[in-house]
Design a protein around this ligand. Structure first.
Ligand SMILES: Cc1cc2nc3c(=O)[nH]c(=O)nc-3n(C[C@H](O)[C@H](O)[C@H](O)COP(=O)(O)OP(=O)(O)OC[C@H]3O[C@@H](n4cnc5c(N)ncnc54)[C@H](O)[C@@H]3O)c2cc1C
Ligand SMILES: NC(=O)c1ccc[n+]([C@@H]2O[C@H](COP(=O)([O-])OP(=O)(O)OC[C@H]3O[C@@H](n4cnc5c(N)ncnc54)[C@H](OP(=O)(O)O)[C@@H]3O)[C@@H](O)[C@H]2O)c1
Length: 468
């Protein structure tokens, strides 16, 4: 009987799984019967963002945490598909840090070329899953959000690709209940325009805090204060930006910090991260993890230890994104079809432990980049995913982190070289700090105004910095 594969979520990870099977089909393989369920009306996951917050038109939690003026925060050269380059999609070099709509266009381009949309049931949310040990079948209950009709589907293999940056972590702070200004989580942030002239407090010290804080600076915030739990970010911030240890309590609009300092604020943005949440799975199949590079209980970061018919994609914290999801999807595909034979439970456990021990000893961000490169290398080497120079990408990630250290407002103006095509990115027509239109149209066809004539540093492929 043909294998039946269910995929939950058609974000970049679910789309990678569809592409992996399509790639096998084109190489002459018989592929399983595939059904993908996506609760939104389009694919793209986080990249398919919306103005909505809270609940969507169907009363479902809004998935995407992305916002207006979101530009890639890592070089696009670190996430490029090896089987579908940026050159192939855009037909010319583009810059290294494109805005959301441009990357959305890129991932859609590959999926459309693969003709895999036919496998996806949109506006369909996964509600409930059970597994029969005797028949080794999953029963997945989904709901058609347009009609409210629920149906059961039987699968031999189930892929969970629902992302983990959607359900916010919302801690409590004493006195915040009577803070008179706006309090929101980064998940509900849609643009910093309204923070112009305001004093803004960001709680958290990771990517969301950094980017939303600098968005607010770009949009004319009067001051930005970051409040950290573990460690400050330590970037060379603009003059209106400071870092403080964690808030101890609020008194009206005053926040008190652990170092005894305090400040008056107009708004608070909780940039306190996200929870892994899988409400459609029973607890014994549900991943419990913080946002880490190697969640436990997944062999090769993908295969559920206690039930090897269950797969998770994209469950990691991410230096690599689209190409790592590819590596995982190709690996999952080959395990499903028996192309890759799984070792024993004990051997899988030992492999997981090896990665967890290495993760626990990681000294810094550079080592983390190497860690994820090595992880992805193992996946790619086990499959026929077109290989690429992972050491070069790891170096690129380190260069990028160095650029952020030296210029937090300017790192997105740097250009990098593709390891897939060798193409050096083009310089964008407008510096990130001055770019006030993040549309695809403006990105590709601008500028008629706002041209930046200042000197920009250009990182050439061999790592030397030149000025233009
Ligand atoms: C604010 C923000 C900015 C980011 N910026 C970048 C960036 O600049 N560069 C980068 O490379 N990465 C970035 N990322 C990381 C991003 O998460 C990945 O690029 C990528 O979107 C992850 O893909 P995914 O498919 O695993 O998950 P997601 O993109 O989250 O997609 C999951 C999909 O599953 C669907 N789904 C969820 N639950 C159900 C259900 N029960 N039933 C059916 N469907 C369901 C959702 O609707 C969604 O379409 C960012 C993330 C966030 C939150
Ligand atoms: N393209 C872009 O520009 C962009 C913008 C935003 C986000 N993103 C992406 O979105 C993803 C998520 O990033 P994220 O920053 O939201 O999450 P994250 O990286 O998981 O960071 C969560 C932060 O919240 C803090 N935190 C958690 N619980 C807390 C508590 N109880 N009190 C105080 N602080 C607490 C953590 O502090 P500790 O350090 O102490 O744990 C950490 O600083 C990343 O993949 C990122 O790349 C991209």
């Amino acid at each position: 009987m043909t294998l039946r594969v269910g995929i939950i979520g058609a974000g970049p990870s679910g789309m990678a799984q569809l592409r992996a099977f399509e790639s096998a089909r084109r190489n002459g393989a018989d592929i399983p019967e595939i059904t993908c369920f996506e609760k939104q009306s389009d694919w793209g996951g986080q990249w398919n963002s919306s103005w909505r917050t809270g609940l969507d038109q169907h009363g479902e939690p809004v998935h995407s945490s992305m916002y207006r003026h979101l530009w890639s925060n890592g070089p696009k050269e670190c996430l490029e598909f090896t089987d579908y380059s940026f050159d192939e999609h855009f037909g010319r070099p583009i810059s290294s840090f494109p805005p959301r709509e441009v990357l959305f266009d890129y991932i859609k381009g590959r999926a459309e070329k693969s003709d895999v949309r036919k496998y996806v049931q949109f506006n369909t949310v996964a509600r409930h899953t059970s597994y029969d040990e005797d028949t080794q079948e999953f029963t997945l209950t989904v709901e058609d959000l347009a009609t409210g009709t629920t149906t059961d589907h039987i699968f031999d293999k189930l892929v969970v690709a629902t992302g983990h940056f959607s359900t916010p972590t919302v801690p409590e702070f004493k006195g915040i209940n009577s803070f008179p200004g706006e309090v929101l989580h980064a998940h509900d942030f849609r643009g910093a325009e309204r923070f112009g002239g305001k004093n803004l407090l960001m709680i958290g010290s990771s990517y969301s805090a950094e980017d939303i804080g600098m968005q607010a600076h770009k949009m004319g915030a009067r001051s930005i204060t970051f409040s950290y739990r573990s460690a400050p970010m330590g970037f060379d911030w603009p003059e209106n930006t400071v870092e403080r240890p964690l808030v101890t309590h609020f008194e009206g609009s005053t926040a008190h910090f652990a170092d005894g300092t305090r400040g008056e604020f107009d708004a608070v943005v909780l940039c306190t991260g996200y929870q892994h949440k899988y409400p459609f799975l029973p607890s014994e199949m549900s991943l419990k993890s913080n946002n880490v590079l190697y969640p436990g209980n997944l062999y090769k970061g993908v295969v559920w230890q206690q039930n090897t018919n269950l797969f998770y994609l994209g469950a990691q914290d991410q230096y690599y994104t689209f190409n790592m999801f590819d590596g995982q999807a190709w690996f999952a595909r080959d395990v499903m079809t028996g192309e890759i034979e799984l070792p024993s439970l004990e051997a899988r456990d030992a492999d997981i432990q090896r990665w967890l021990e290495r993760q626990a000893a990681l000294p810094d961000h550079n080592a983390e980049a190497d860690f994820q490169s090595d992880y992805l290398r193992e996946l790619i080497e086990a499959t026929d995913y077109p290989p690429f120079d992972l050491d070069a990408v790891s170096q690129l990630l380190k260069d990028w982190m160095g650029h952020k250290e030296s210029d937090i407002l300017g790192y997105r103006d740097m250009v990098h070289r593709s390891v897939v095509t060798g193409t050096l990115a083009s310089r964008h027509h407008t510096r990130w700090l001055n770019a006030m239109d993040d549309s695809l149209e403006r990105y590709l066809n601008g500028p008629s105004q706002d041209v930046d004539t200042g000197t920009l540093a250009t990182l050439t492929g061999d790592g030397t910095v030149a000025s233009n």
